[in-house]
Design a protein around this ligand. Structure first.
Ligand code: FEO
Length: 387
């Protein structure tokens, strides 16, 4: 238990060794599951719980807490709700507080008795005596049922996944801003980027609520909230940056030669580039780059007339994350025939991008084909100049 303010404590669990979330998302720096205890003069609230794999860590910290009246369940995903059934068994009079959308999810996912759940409307408040919980519905950070809680007397925002970072650390508050910025951007990219416009609305709901501390459910707390608030305003803005992202894979070097030529040509034209070899890259790094990029250039060899399977995966992921890309191009090589262009284009319907002229070559690129890559670089630089 770590004190934040008088009667307000962090009582979470730090998961130093976890390396994968949702069997999908790499966690190079581990994570934490942050729960909080708020003692008011009349009532006590627990804000979220922890992943069920670490329930013992939370329950140990609750041994000296005789009474919990409310459990605020911001989000039904199990890394925050998974220990809820155990806590409800111990505190038999406790009531779960959540959004109307969260209630059936908690019942379905965790088989919680619906009689023990009370739903709250957007803007509703709950008094703990000398402290007030003010609930803000903040959908899609990360599921449709998510909400945040504002504590006006202390100017603390408990935001659950929103503003969080997968980062295991012994620091209660952010100390290394650069490290946390990168981890928080990775987190935003992987789970919230598809809902950019809804998050803009959620940010608007914070207007008029002065915030001194943001207490998310993963990673350290922000005692300088402008760091993450400014970052979210930037990440969710509509305008992409002068950045081209080039995920590619190569089997015998032809596609690699094309990518290297294009990246050099783009760089010479003043376009920032991030190049990702999909055979070795951390897919989270690609997701981070997609937060800002204006253009994606996908490079693939041809395997049995189609794109390499790693390219299918990356293209599907980019389509799913729906970044603010404006332009896309496909380059690559083949041995005898290829349907790679059409197949990749069919994988990215949700990107809403303008497809630029592809460059597909048979075998190793000739001088004429490298000149076609130069023309592609010209086209991208011209598009970026108009951003
Ligand atoms: Fe940290 Fe969406 O759960």
């Amino acid at each position: 238990m770590r004190k934040i303010r008088e009667g307000i404590y962090w009582i979470g669990a730090v998961d130093w060794d976890r390396r994968l979330f949702d069997s999908l998302i790499p966690l190079p720096d581990g994570t934490s599951y942050n729960a909080y205890l708020i003692r008011g003069s009349a009532k006590t609230a627990l804000v979220d719980t922890v992943d069920p794999t670490m329930s013992d860590v939370l329950l140990r910290q609750l041994e000296d807490v005789p009474q919990i009246d409310y459990i605020i369940a911001h989000h039904a995903e199990q890394d925050h709700s998974g220990t809820l059934p155990y806590v409800l068994d111990i505190y038999e009079d406790a009531t779960v507080i959540c959004t109307p959308k969260a209630k059936p999810m908690l019942v379905d996912l965790l088989q919680i008795d619906p009689e023990r759940i009370t739903t709250v409307a957007d803007g509703e408040t709950l008094s703990l005596g000398d402290r007030t919980l003010s609930f803000i519905h903040t959908p899609w950070v990360h599921w449709p049922e998510t909400m945040s809680t504002y504590l006006p007397e202390e100017r603390i925002l408990f935001s659950c996944d929103w503003f969080g970072s997968h980062l295991a650390t012994s620091d209660l508050y952010v100390t290394d801003e650069g490290r946390v910025y990168e981890a928080a951007k990775r987190y935003y990219a992987e789970i919230m980027m598809p809902f950019r416009r809804i998050i803009q609305n959620n940010l608007a709901k914070l207007q008029g609520r002065p915030i001194e501390i943001i207490a998310p459910s993963h990673g350290p707390l922000y005692d300088r909230p402008d760091l993450i608030l400014e970052a979210y305003r930037d990440w969710t803005s509509e305008k992409p940056k002068n950045l081209a992202v080039v995920p590619y894979i190569s089997m015998h070097g032809s596609t690699r030669a094309m990518v290297e030529h294009l990246v050099a040509a783009l760089t010479a034209r003043g376009v920032s580039v991030q190049q990702f070899d999909l055979s070795v890259t951390d897919i989270g790094k690609l997701a981070i780059a997609l937060v800002d990029a204006a253009t994606i250039v996908i490079g693939t060899p041809t395997v049995h007339v189609g794109p390499h399977p790693a390219v299918f995966y990356a293209a599907h992921l980019a389509n799913m994350l729906r970044p603010k890309l404006k332009y896309a191009a496909i380059i690559g090589s083949y041995g005898w025939s290829s349907k790679a262009i059409d197949q990749i284009a069919a994988l990215i319907p949700d990107l809403k991008v303008e497809l630029l002229e592809p460059v597909l070559v048979r075998g190793y690129p000739t001088e004429d084909e490298l000149a076609a890559l130069d023309r592609l670089a010209d086209a991208i630089a011209a598009k970026h100049a108009g951003l």
